[in-house]
Design a protein around this ligand. Sequence first.
Ligand SMILES: Nc1ncnc2c1ncn2[C@@H]1O[C@H](COP(=O)(O)OP(=O)(O)O)[C@@H](O)[C@H]1O
Ligand SMILES: [Mg+2]
Length: 360
Amino acid sequence: MSLSRLNISGFRNITEAKLALSDGLNLIYGENGSGKTSILEAIFFLGMGRSFRSHLSQRVINTEQDNLTLFAEKQDDVLPCKIGLRRFRNGDIDVKINGDNIKRLSTLAETLPIQVITPESFSLLFEGPKSRRQFIDWGAFHCDSTFHQAWANTRRILKQRNQLLRNQSSYSNILFWDKELVRYAEQVTDIRNQYVDSLNALLKGIIGEFLPQVDIKVSFTRGWDSKTEYLQLLENQYPRDLASGYTSSGPHKADLRLRVGNLPVQDALSRGQLKLLVCALRIAQGMLLKQQLNKHSIYLVDDLPSELDAKHRQLLLKQLTATGAQIFVTAIDPSAIVDSLSSPPNRTFHVEQGKITVIE
Ligand SMILES: Nc1ncnc2c1ncn2[C@@H]1O[C@H](COP(=O)(O)OP(=O)(O)O)[C@@H](O)[C@H]1O
Ligand SMILES: [Mg+2]
């Protein structure tokens, strides 16, 4: 699966662009502030209905315009598919797939699986657990069609439970919700657990290529004590939860643990090594989706050369192209990419003040 055409209008500093894309490696280069990241952000926005840079969607709309419009043609083994998205300043969003209005953004995500690697995303992976949970859930969502609903139900019940806690409800009132919560929490946890297991099988090989000298262990923690049944734990923790007005344990606390020996990876690896580890995680995710559902992800790699020496740029580009997926990489200096490739990029774009030109 790949995007053959992409039209961008009113997105950041890109007022109007019509791009014919390659299904292989697309290189985007230009000076700082020219609009490179904005192109990747536009592709991501089309797949997710939001940005990876700002949670405030109106910030991405060009300051001179009242909406942003994105359009792409997706090529599959099956039929071509047209995806259109328009986002207005007041928050309204219109999404169309093949002319039909789409109500749920999750439909977009299913249509366009996207893997993004930016200089910021790799530090995030090693900060709070939220981004690591999102990482697991990206895979759980794509690989198991029941996950989305189970997780939505879990969050809805957690919200309800927290409200009851804040209203000082008795345990007998909360018990009804706890039983529901346990049901969905277990479903969510099983899917996540299985997903991390399957991912680990692929990850070993890729990490072995990128970081052969270090022994990295990746494991899943479900968000509550591994020895206690969740229903029992909810009862045990009721007094504490009542005091805080918040459910302290559960699938909303799940995490991905990444360790070298006894140390968290961020204490054991250099920044360059951390970047390679994030790349390995993302590549493994894409490969797993291809294996399980025969679906290709689109890879967006912003500022690929940063933090990496020549040898590792080469290694990363080799692994990315070996996935057979459509890839977009950005760099300030194109030679930092071109010199690391065995054959030239399939298409090269130059960006200057939001204007994008193809380099023949
Ligand atoms: N909503 C907006 N409207 C117009 N320009 C914007 C908006 N948001 C950001 N910009 C500008 O877009 C330019 C491109 O940014 P970016 O894509 O991050 O550049 P690059 O990745 O090439 O360094 C920046 O100069 C920024 O000031
Ligand atoms: Mg940038």
